[in-house]
Design a protein around this ligand. Structure first.
Ligand code: URP
Ligand code: ZN
Ligand code: ZN
Length: 459
């Protein structure tokens, strides 16, 4: 099948220029001015941007968490991703304590089987690391899992101690993998949560107050120190606080291979959202929590200066009715996570690019190119280039729309961005050469998304 995307403005992390893109089967075969090529399908992209498909390296699909299961599975989640211009996700396969890493990998492959609508990779989240499990890490890297996550928070469930963290770092370094981590001090948070609940301080705002930015800064600094001792690279997921960013910036300024991600919720939502009436604050309960607005300019500036390299979503959706409301009488029982797999491009374009916070090439870099490089997907994915996968987004900057949960494809009954006036809309999305979204409809094939054997980490 040949598809010609005609006359669009191609935007990569480095360049912006008008050209045609010829797609043959799954790949970009040619890019040039006025390409004279036969094609079964011509997409008129005049006046529109042609972007590389966005990559979301932080999603939680079909994940058991907080006494329930995240509301999007691989079908609904990756279909929503496609509708929002994301053509690859890297989801977290969570190791059950006492089980192997291979078991986590197989369990998540089973969840994805026949369901993925765009390509997907897997990280494995390590929760328990006896020697036989440690020895499995290189095998997993061989199977395309070139990154692992460890949690320094969620005491009593996912949290690991420093010895586990350090061993994982050393093994990852030997195996060509990148360790990522959830940076919050779980012991301190556990004390604060218990104290607040005992004092009857149980509304959603106390979720944020029990997880102070200092707890994030401390865990971030500790993880960086452990990585330095292990001589290993490290990646901070969902960084929310300027205090933690300071730790990353100081390490990077010393030349350490420290990388960090933030998410739209930390750039656009704040601690004030926890006061939404009628328990509405529960919609924003995620960890780390939303912070004071004073953090926003620091995070945008971190994206611009390069101390923060990626914007992922941490898509972990729970319905307001039936899931978030499990914690109506106690914030500690609200499942942690917010939806966002479908809205990232709109938010980053409108608030980021049109809001004057980042350039268009920078946006592409943050949501596609650098995630692809750090997580072993580049150059097949993450850019528009001859020989790359034809994962493309035709983005119409002229269309305006208001984000509302009922118009989104995420399988969740709210969006944190309800009422957000977005400029620009996804006109068409190609996933490995096939049109999967067009005119606001999903036209792809359920199950056509392939598992990506990701390459080893290289700095
Ligand atoms: O609140 C969040 N972020 N939920 C998902 C799990 C995690 O910590 O990434
Ligand atoms: Zn986390
Ligand atoms: Zn997460």
């Amino acid at each position: 099948m040949r598809v010609l995307v005609k006359g669009g403005t191609i935007v990569t992390a480095a360049d912006t220029y008008v050209a045609d893109v010829l797609v043959v089967d799954e790949k970009v075969q040619a890019i040039g001015q006025n390409l004279q090529a036969e094609a079964e399908r011509v997409i008129d992209a005049k006046g529109k941007y042609v972007l590389p498909g966005a990559i979301d390296v932080h999603t939680h699909l079909d994940m058991p968490f907080g006494g329930t299961v995240s509301a999007d599975d691989f079908l609904t989640g990756t279909r929503a991703a496609a509708m929002g211009g994301t053509t690859a996700v890297v989801d977290f396969a969570i190791q059950s304590k006492g089980k192997s890493l291979r078991d986590a990998f197989d369990t998540w492959q089973e969840k994805a089987r026949g369901k993925a609508c765009v390509d997907y990779g897997l990280h494995v989240a390590i929760t328990d690391l006896p020697d036989p499990v440690l020895a499995e890490m290189p095998e997993l890297v061989e199977a395309g899992v070139s990154s692992f996550k460890l949690f320094l928070a969620y005491k009593g469930s996912l949290m690991v101690d420093d010895a586990t963290f350090f061993k994982a770092l050393r093994k990852a370094r030997e195996s060509g993998a990148l360790i990522s981590f959830h940076g919050e001090n779980g012991d301190v948070i556990d004390v604060l949560v218990k104290q607040m609940v005992a004092a009857g301080q149980v509304t959603p705002r106390y979720h944020a107050l029990s997880r102070p930015p200092e707890a994030e800064a401390e865990a971030t600094a500790r993880a960086i120190a452990l990585a330095e001792m292990a001589e290993a690279p490290i990646y901070v997921v969902h960084l929310s606080a300027a205090l933690a960013l300071d730790k990353v910036a100081a390490a990077r300024d010393r030349g350490l291979p420290v990388y960090a991600e933030t998410c739209p919720q930390y750039l656009l939502k704040s601690i004030e959202d926890y006061d939404e009436p009628e328990f509405g604050g529960a919609k924003y309960v995620c960890s780390p929590p939303l912070r004071d607005k004073a953090n926003w300019p620091r995070l945008w500036s971190g994206l611009n200066t390069g101390h923060l390299q990626t914007v992922a979503t941490d898509h972990c959706p729970f319905n307001f009715k039936g899931q978030k409301d499990m914690g109506r009488d106690n914030f500690a029982a609200i499942p942690n996570g917010v939806p966002g797999i479908e809205t990232r491009l709109y938010l980053m374009y409108t608030a980021g690019v049109l809001g004057g916070k980042i350039g268009l090439n920078k946006m592409v870099d943050l949501i596609a190119t650098t995630p692809a490089k750090l997580f072993g997907l580049y150059p097949d994915k993450g850019t528009v280039a001859v020989g790359a996968d034809a994962d493309l987004v035709v983005f119409d900057p002229a269309v305006e729309h208001t984000i509302t949960a009922s118009a989104l494809h995420q399988n969740v009954d709210y969006t944190p961005y309800e009422g957000f006036k977005a400029k620009g809309a996804v006109a068409a999305v190609l996933s490995r050469g096939k049109v999967v979204a067009e005119g606001g409809k999903f036209v792809g094939q359920v199950g056509a998304g392939k598992y990506i054997v990701r390459k080893r980490f290289s700095a």
